[in-house]
Write a protein that binds this ligand. Structure first.
Ligand SMILES: *Cc1c(COP(=O)(O)O)cnc(C)c1O
Length: 400
């Protein structure tokens, strides 16, 4: 029996069934390449769901983590530590506006902090009744905890856990008129992704985020930009939605290059709504994760990876758009974050066929295959994938 099969058997006995059984068991990695426990090599075009920004085992991250864990691995929130303060300063500087940061462990808990800020805002603007309504988009994903789940516009994920915190109204993503009709003086906040990730890598139409800013400002509602997947270089910019000047921005996935870390950045009044005692976490903003994030930010700057992600992303987009195969139906996305669109709902078969030929990709929707590779992906690696893609699609057609 292969090592993979053996681990799958053991997994099926001791792990809860929420993920199903993953088809691959990874052992080690370098750059954009990973090897499984049976020694098979893969080009990693999904990077642990847009997380491994610098690829695998990047020396800057490995050194930062090793140095910090050998010096001081944990403080809790009872003490200040240098890497946390420095990282908060760097993130605020990236937004270009004064702001304040709360560090969490991941994307859902960054959005929980934003949710609490929204509740505080609703009670501040309307102390008698509370203007607590939240507006979010259909097809959105904000996380699996109960607050973040309540604003996730995917009924299959949400309904099994009803009742969730209310009131929440879902509007079609990208439709500024629908948003304008939904937001009222009772609205506490609007939560939007600048590019919907789990929804299928769908960029906001031009002008939509700016319209959201105008609409929320007119009703004294907060605009919360969920950049958990889009932030930290994924789209070729540090942030994908910051031009709209949101009140709150959340980050996580790519922030610490694979270490668990989330951040909720708030500006102006929104940065002061959580009062002492209102919120907290034992592990959030752990010094090792913060040191890793600083290494990620430094390396993106030093190696000009925003430009690299833009250029390589462009090459990938052009290649996907030009794939000569009856299944291929175009592409969409931004930067180094793309969905290959399919003429038939066979994305799972494409994911499997790609893996069998040495590529890790993700069937994000039935008819869309998501690519979110490390930002260090090389043009040669893109070319190799594009060369093999028609054969992968043909194999998927045969399997499905
Ligand atoms: C992944 C994701 C989350 C949830 O992050 P977790 O770290 O899985 O809790 C929230 N928002 C967006 C946009 C995401 O892509």
């Amino acid at each position: 029996m292969s090592r993979t099969r053996e681990l799958q058997h053991r997994w099926q006995t001791v792990m809860m069934e929420n993920y199903g059984t993953p088809p691959v068991a990874l052992d080690h990695g370098r750059g954009a390449t990973v090897w499984d426990v049976d020694g098979r090599e893969y080009l990693d075009l999904i990077a642990g769901i847009a997380v491994s920004t610098l690829g695998h085992t990047h020396p800057a991250v490995a050194d930062a983590v090793t140095t910090q864990v050998s010096r001081l691995g944990h403080t809790s929130n009872l003490a200040i530590h240098g890497p946390g303060v420095e990282l908060a300063e760097r993130l605020v500087a990236i937004t270009g506006r004064p702001g304040r940061v709360f560090f969490s462990q991941d994307g859902a808990t960054a959005n929980e902090a934003a949710y609490k800020i929204a509740r505080r805002h609703g009670w501040t603007k309307d102390p008698a009744g509370g203007s607590l309504e939240i507006i979010a988009a259909e097809g959105s994903f904000h996380g699996r905890t109960m607050g973040a789940l309540s604003i996730t516009g995917n009924p299959a994920k949400r309904i099994p856990f009803d009742p969730l915190p209310t009131p929440v109204t879902f509007v079609p993503y990208g439709d500024a008129d629908a948003l304008a009709s939904a937001v009222t003086d009772r609205t506490a906040a609007v939560f939007l992704e600048p590019v919907q990730g789990e929804g299928g890598v769908i960029p906001a139409p031009p002008g939509y985020l700016a319209a959201a800013r105008r609409i929320t400002a007119a009703h004294d509602a907060l605009l919360v930009m969920d950049e958990v997947q889009s932030g930290i270089g994924r789209t070729g910019a540090w942030l994908a939605g910051d031009a709209a000047s949101p009140d709150v921005t959340t980050l996580a996935k790519g922030l610490a290059g694979g270490m668990p870390l989330g951040a909720c950045i708030a500006h102006g009044e929104a940065g002061l709504l959580l009062r002492p005692g209102d919120h907290g976490t034992t592990f959030g903003g752990n010094p090792v994760s913060c040191a890793a994030a600083l290494a990620v930010l430094d390396t993106i700057e030093k190696d000009d990876l925003l430009r690299h992600a833009t250029d390589v992303g462009q090459a990938l987009a052009e290649g996907l758009a030009g794939v000569d195969h009856p299944l291929a139906a175009g592409q969409r996305g931004a930067g180094l974050w793309r969905a290959l669109l399919l003429g038939e709902p066979v994305a799972p078969a494409v994911e499997t066929a790609a893996r069998e030929r040495g590529y890790l990709v993700n069937a994000v929707r039935p008819d869309a295959v998501r690519l979110a590779p490390p930002l260090v992906l090389t043009p040669d690696e893109v070319e190799r994938f594009l060369r093999d893609l028609p054969a992968i699609l043909t194999a998927a057609q045969g399997d499905s």
